[in-house]
Design a protein around this ligand. Structure first.
Ligand code: GLC
Length: 561
């Protein structure tokens, strides 16, 4: 992969590293930059092209780095600026790119800008944030409580869509935008290769700050109605492109909560001059119930196919590009949620999920541990949790909502963000080989079975399968360029689709169930010859037939010419 192609990210695989949980080099129990550097060869061997690092900047860590107190300083528990420069230099030398998390919807309350803003209403930084004399609406924060907090020194309330320590910036103030662009240039000039932009669809607030609907059995109204895709968001992103991004050869992916595929066309459409990709949440919301994400519901496959296909089609139609993900630092482990984590099916369903996602149009994001089929941690006590959201949910469900502790813990075990944040499982040893010290969050406990050392030693492992899947994207043009076409939308067990180019058609068949099923290929698919491209079964037929028997969690890809 070379940077002479301005759209290099289209044939790339991004590997997401949660720095706190990836690899601890100094035994303090917290992952760090030198730990990441020690694993670069591992990522090269897997085939990753780009590393996305969750926030590494100075932060009081209320929300694990999503509360930044200094955009230009490295969080001391993760290392130093010299460590970062060494990491970037070595990554580049090995052909890896690094993108950083740009968290500019809000800053920490410890950021100098906010500290100044609280001194007086006349302070030049006061207007960097969003203040009101009275609480103007019913908005609740994502992490519980109201979205407005009072500051006595100025006699006003400031807005925080997330924790009170995460204060929303006032993007309507041109000085704020100029200051953010400066911070971006600081990192781009250091040589980074792009940004993942945190909740970027929320930066422009509706000036009316309207009440939001009270949904999902919450105590407060949703702020999304007044924040997501607000009146100036496209103008601000185009300005950012013009002022900053257009001057660098970088990629951008914006986290886009509360954004439909139709709205996304305006963020990523060709010639819009905004973002290269967005992360949508439509597939993540399919297993919600009246209590929001903390539900026992499993995704209904026809719904999943509908949502994924809408994004495949609409983003292609606007000349944009998709991001593809099953999991990240905010989501439960993919195998536990969409596959089958039982010992019998863990590896097979992990490979099936890999095929289903990696063969679609877009750039796949592999979250750390996904390549070995890591599963949820199954914590059984609230003391094991660390995440501000999990702790708030526990309080809210066992308090206001009247759930028992046991029921609440069961829901947290299914969906808590901490499932993704337990230490990366390198070995079966102490703390899964993540640290020699006491890890900041306990290892999942299944590292005896699921770890990198064992996976790399076993040619049939999920790891080796991911390596092949990634190589396929690098080497087969149809995987990047093919036109996506869904087959059998109503089939409740099989996710089948085509990727068509002039040269070949890929047929992707994934059994999402633990039963053997028979799948009929529609007559519209005509072929002279076919060949197996990749499969998670050793004895998959070498050629495709009209009626395919799919064993539990089988995944096959055939090429038709
Ligand atoms: C994004 C991040 C999440 C964080 C939130 C607030 O959703 O992915 O981890 O808590 O923004 O910054």
């Amino acid at each position: 992969m070379t940077t002479s192609n301005p759209e290099w990210w289209k044939s790339a695989i991004v590997y997401q590293v949660y720095p706190k949980s990836f690899c601890d080099s100094n035994g303090d129990g917290v992952g760090d930059l030198n730990g990441i550097r020690s694993k670069l060869d591992y990522l090269v061997e897997l085939g990753a092209d780009v590393i996305w690092l969750n926030p590494i900047f100075a932060s009081p860590q209320v929300d694990n780095g999503y509360d930044i107190s200094d955009y230009r300083a490295i969080e001391p528990t993760l290392g130093t600026m010299a460590d970062f420069d060494a990491l970037l230099r070595e990554a580049h030398a090995k052909g890896l790119k690094i993108i950083l998390d740009l968290v500019v919807n809000h800053t920490s309350d410890q950021h100098r800008w906010f500290q100044e803003a609280c001194r007086s209403r006349k302070n030049p930084y006061h207007d960097y944030y969003i203040w009101r004399d009275k609480i103007p609406n019913n908005w609740g924060s994502s992490f519980g409580g109201p979205a407005w907090t009072y500051v006595e020194s100025v006699g006003q309330y400031y807005l925080h869509c997330f924790a009170p320590e995460q204060c929303d910036l006032n993007w309507d103030n041109p000085e704020v935008r100029a200051a953010v662009y400066d911070e971006m240039r600081f990192w781009l000039d250091r040589g980074i290769d792009g940004f993942r932009m945190d909740v970027i669809t929320l930066i422009s607030k509706d000036p009316a700050l309207p009440d939001g609907p009270v949904i999902q059995n919450k105590a407060y109204g949703s702020y999304y109605a007044g924040c997501a895709t607000g009146p100036h968001v496209h103008e601000y992103l185009q300005e950012m492109e013009h002022e900053v991004l257009s001057r660098y050869d970088v990629m951008t992916v914006g986290e886009a909560p509360h954004t439909s595929a139709d709205q996304a066309q305006l963020y990523v459409g060709a010639d819009r001059g905004e973002l290269d990709m967005v992360f949508h949440f439509d597939h993540m919301h399919l297993d919600y119930d009246e209590n929001g994400k903390y539900a026992k519901t499993r995704v209904y496959l026809p719904d999943l196919k509908r949502v994924m296909s809408v994004w495949q089609e609409k983003i292609a139609a606007c000349g944009g590009w998709n991001s593809l993900y099953w999991s990240n630092h905010d989501q439960a482990r993919a195998v536990s949620r969409f596959g089958n984590e039982s010992p019998e099916w863990r590896e097979k369903s992990a490979k099936m999920l890999g095929v289903c996602l990696h063969l679609m149009q877009g750039t796949p994001y592999v979250y750390e541990g996904e390549e070995i089929g890591m599963v949820n941690a199954h914590f059984s006590s609230i003391d094991q949790y660390r995440d501000v959201e999990a702790l708030d949910t526990f309080r809210d469900f066992t308090g206001r909502k009247g759930f028992s502790e046991a029921d609440t813990l069961e829901l947290l075990a299914l969906k808590s963000r901490d499932n993704a944040r337990t230490p990366m499982q390198w070995t079966s040893g102490h703390a899964a080989g993540f640290t020699t010290g006491e890890p900041w969050i306990q290892a999942s406990g299944n590292e005896g079975e699921v770890n990198v050392e064992a996976a790399m030693a076993n040619p049939d492992s999920v790891w080796h399968f991911y390596q092949r899947l990634i190589a396929l994207r690098h080497n087969r043009a149809s995987v990047t360029d093919g036109h996506y076409e869904l087959l059998a939308p109503d089939d409740e067990k099989v996710y089948a689709y085509l990727r068509r180019t002039e040269d070949e058609t890929l047929v992707v068949l994934c059994n999402f169930s633990d039963e053997e099923v028979s799948f009929e290929l529609s007559a519209e698919v005509v072929w002279d010859a076919s060949g197996l491209v990749i499969s998670n079964e050793p004895d998959a037929a070498a050629e495709l037939s009209r009626t395919v028997a799919l064993a539990p969690y089988a995944a096959h890809v055939y090429a038709i010419r």
